[in-house]
Write a protein that binds this ligand. Structure first.
Ligand SMILES: [Zn+2]
Length: 103
């Protein structure tokens, strides 16, 4: 009886992890690399020229689209921030860009 229970427990392959580890566990199982990045200024940084020209302060939180005062690029707030976060993550992992592979 004890032996059967032991096998069942072994077969379950259950892993107990802290909630903070969940992204790492999921990325390991999916075979993808994970990088933690600081998202500060990703909304304000122009993805075209790296100028800190995006919306600032509390009043800037309502701005959904903006034009870079340095290069004139038009940005969607969320898309611009997502591209900056992806770039920072790739730099952290030593990758050329999103979708490239770790060798
Ligand atoms: Zn710009």
């Amino acid at each position: 009886m004890a032996d059967r229970i032991g096998r069942r427990e072994g077969d379950a392959r259950c892993e107990l992890v802290h909630a903070a580890q969940l992204p790492e566990v999921h990325s390991d199982h999916a075979g993808v690399a994970l990088a933690e990045v600081n998202e500060a200024y990703t909304t304000q940084t122009c993805t075209e020229c790296d100028a800190l020209s995006g919306p600032h302060g509390r009043e800037g939180l309502a701005v959904r689209q903006w034009v870079c005062s340095d290069c004139g690029a038009v940005h969607d707030r969320d898309r611009n921030a997502a591209l900056n976060i992806a770039r920072l993550g790739c730099e952290t992992l030593g990758l050329k860009g999103p979708g490239s592979r770790v060798l």
